[in-house]
Write a protein that binds this ligand. Structure first.
Ligand code: ADP
Ligand code: MG
Length: 694
């Protein structure tokens, strides 16, 4: 009987593939909403099993397939509940030679319901050694075979590895993809035919088919390269469009006036570093032009980015223009207010700096808005409150965003839209991004790097603490807090959701408060789901809380000079550059400070990686090291830029990125509004919505 089934539609929701309600949600977490989305998400790797082997022929540490008869099977709860382990399902398979191989599945209780003793099955998985007992296969894929069959149909050979969230398996993904594949021909190709021809890339439908169901590793590689090329092409086209757009919207030039910078330096109270002077100079030159400045100021925590920004504000003011500084949190905005006032008010007595945040009283906000609209105040520092519709400036010439990765493209656009014409724009970031990468990722910006710290900083004593020596870390915290200082304790985001991370941090907070740092120590907690985040941070800044327990998602980017200990749990889960950023939260005062890195994973490899943080003090070098060891995606925070890991990895090939950039530019020269390339136009629009660019 032949059933003719119409292929699914690419833009139909994944529900048409009958994936089930709970899986719809899981797929959405991966950004997969339609049949087309599913098709475009190629496996990131493949497991190779080869053909079926006998138990006698198995090698420990290798993946293999065994066909045979299932023995008794039973599920049980573990004796100790460690690491979220809920069920253990144990069985064994007897191959046709009569040899036995133990099998085990963790947290896959359904296996015990699906399989019965005596079933003829094939299992595919990794053979692992055990401390006690024979080697066994853990979490194998399995397939129930018809009687007498000697090889499985669906498992083994090459098996795809997909990006997953809890509840999904690569096997399920592969089944849905198989059902979706007939729709591949409907996919629109973002790569124009000529570009494909020039670079010898297959059309999208072919790449999708070969990427999901390749006949050889080479086929998969070609498919993957094509998809990566397309992704970077979208990104570079988006950059090129933004550059063209920027060039077409003139800005009011801000002339360089030597006396302004002289006065600024006098009012500052310290000598600028060479890197700060260079960054200022870069910016002054940009601001003199009629094309708006679009500059990324990339400098380590504590490298003094604020002073650079303040100098630009002073220059804008001398040209009769106002400035705005947007920070991601209330408390950061308040700290900025104090710093900018400190830097500017001494040298420029008439220069007014105001604050605009949502926690202010309504009359206060009204007053600041009036001051901005009348042109009276030269600088408004604030949060998202700045981009509300009723905030207006008489003459906005310079917009600055701090911790730019915390804002979306739209928010930055809204801020810029407050100007008459396009204001000059500066984005500050403390994420050390190696220069080549910054250029590839922020293709439409110019980059200034502050690669030195102000002199006289005492280096933070950094130590890696193996799992068994946690007490030593607690002792140091107690000693420091006892001497009047303060400490941070950071928890990694182990769970996939912020909700469970918050729960874990809360539990740990209770434990620390009751068992480890008992009264009179005052312990506080912040996590992403806490409403009173800012209030707690302020209590810490005022010294009312001595030990602050925080999840890593919380911006601890506050200046608390009295904090001298940064204790980081699960440090091996963080990028080196990220650890370095946490470390930058201490060592801001006159006292010696400590960073304690506690590793969950005691392996030599993990400890060696962490030890790099103890010897390297330069965030940029640590970022490079991390890129080398862990790859790009890890460095940037996965998917932060809306790019797949593969595309991230490809960014490391400057020639490839250059070639793609040229293609994008040429396309825009021939078709400036992409009117003849609607598929590219739509892709660019989508990308601009998710990508973290200016
Ligand atoms: P970040 O780059 O992290 O934003 P800040 O601008 O907050 O750094 O500067 C960190 C601290 O260093 C501030 O207290 C600031 O006043 C001080 N600072 C900045 N530049 C210098 C300098 N050239 N010499 C001495 N101290 C400086
Ligand atoms: Mg800063």
């Amino acid at each position: 009987m032949v059933r003719l089934v119409a292929p699914p539609k690419v833009d139909a929701p994944v529900a048409t593939l009958k994936v089930g309600t709970s899986n719809i949600e899981r797929l959405a977490k991966l950004g997969i909403k339609t049949v087309g989305d599913l098709l475009l998400e190629l496996p990131f790797d493949w497991e190779s099993y080869g053909g079926p082997t006998t138990v006698a022929g198995l090698k420990v540490g290798e993946s293999a397939i065994v066909v045979g008869t299932l023995g008794g099977i039973r599920s049980r709860r573990p004796k100790f509940n460690r690491g979220g382990l809920k069920t253990i399902t144990e069985s064994h398979i007897v191959d046709d030679a009569g040899d036995e191989l133990p099998l085990v599945w963790f947290n896959q209780a359904f296996v015990g319901q699906r399989l019965k003793p005596g079933d003829r099955i094939a299992v595919a998985g990794l053979v692992r050694a055990r401390k006690y007992g024979d080697p066994r296969m853990s979490n194998p894929h399995f397939e129930i075979l018809p009687a007498g069959a000697t090889a499985p149909a669906g498992i083994g050979g090459l098996m795809p590895k997909y990006h997953l969230v809890k509840g999904l398996t690569s096997k399920k993904m592969a089944l849905w993809v198989a059902a979706a594949l007939p729709a591949a021909d409907q996919l629109e190709d973002v790569l124009p035919a000529e570009i494909r021809r020039r670079h010898q890339l297959p059309p999208v439908a072919e790449a999708v088919r070969n990427g999901h169901q390749p006949e050889s590793p080479a086929q998969y590689r070609d498919a993957r390269n094509r998809m990566t090329f397309a992704e970077l092409f979208e990104l570079q086209t988006a950059f090129a469009m933004m550059r063209a757009q920027q060039a077409s919207e003139p800005a009011v030039p801000i002339p360089y006036v030597r006396e302004v910078i002289e006065t600024f330096k006098v009012g500052l109270g310290f000598e600028l570093t060479r890197a700060q002077r260079q960054s200022m100079w870069d910016s002054f030159q940009d601001m003199q032009r009629t094309t708006p400045m679009n500059r990324l100021l990339n400098g380590d925590v504590g490298s003094g980015k604020t002073a650079v920004a303040a100098a630009c504000v002073a220059m804008a003011r001398a040209a009769g223009m106002q400035s705005v500084v947007m920070a991601p949190t209330d408390i950061l905005a308040r700290q900025h207010l104090a710093k900018f006032r400190g830097y500017l008010e001494a040298g420029f007595p008439g220069l007014t700096v105001e604050l605009l945040v949502s926690s202010q009283s309504a009359p206060e906000r009204r007053r600041v808005k009036t001051s901005a609209a009348s042109g009276h105040c030269a600088l408004v520092v604030g949060t998202h409150a700045l981009i509300e519709g009723d905030v207006q400036f008489a003459q906005l010439g310079l917009a600055i965003v701090d911790e730019q990765h915390r804002f979306g493209t739209r928010q930055r656009e809204l801020l810029r839209a407050k100007g008459q014409g396009r204001p000059h724009f500066m984005a500050m970031t403390a994420t050390p991004i190696p220069r080549t990468l910054a250029l590839a990722l922020y293709g439409e910006m110019s980059v200034s790097t502050i690669d030195e710290l102000p002199p006289g900083r005492m280096p933070v004593v950094t130590e890696v603490i193996p799992p068994g020596e946690r007490e030593r870390a607690y002792d140091l915290v107690r000693a420091q807090v006892g001497a009047g200082r303060q400490a941070f304790v950071i928890y990694p985001l182990i769970e996939e959701s912020e909700k469970s991370a918050a729960k874990a941090a809360t539990a740990e907070y209770e434990r620390l408060r009751h068992d480890v740092f008992r009264s009179p120590f005052k312990v506080g907690l912040v996590h992403g789901r806490l409403k009173a985040k800012d209030a707690v941070m302020q209590q810490f800044a005022r010294g009312e809380i001595q030990i602050l327990v925080a999840t890593a998602v919380v911006e601890v980017g506050v200046d608390v000079p009295n904090a001298t200990v940064m204790m980081i749990e699960g440090a091996d889960r963080f990028g080196l550059a990220q650890l370095h950023q946490f470390r930058g939260r201490v060592g801001r005062g006159a006292e010696r400070s400590y960073a304690l890195l506690l590793a969950d994973d005691p392996s030599e490899q993990s400890l060696d990686r962490l030890k790099l943080v103890t010897t390297i003090t330069d965030g940029f070098r640590l970022a490079e090291e991390d890129m080398r060891i862990r790859g790009m995606g890890e460095l940037m925070g996965e998917r932060q830029h809306g790019l797949s890991d593969l595309a991230m990895r490809a960014l490391k090939q400057p020639e490839l990125v250059n070639e793609i950039r040229q293609e994008a530019e040429e396309l825009l020269v021939s078709d400036p509004n992409l009117a003849r390339h609607p598929v590219v136009a739509r892709a660019v629009e989508r990308r601009l919505a998710v990508t973290s660019i200016s």
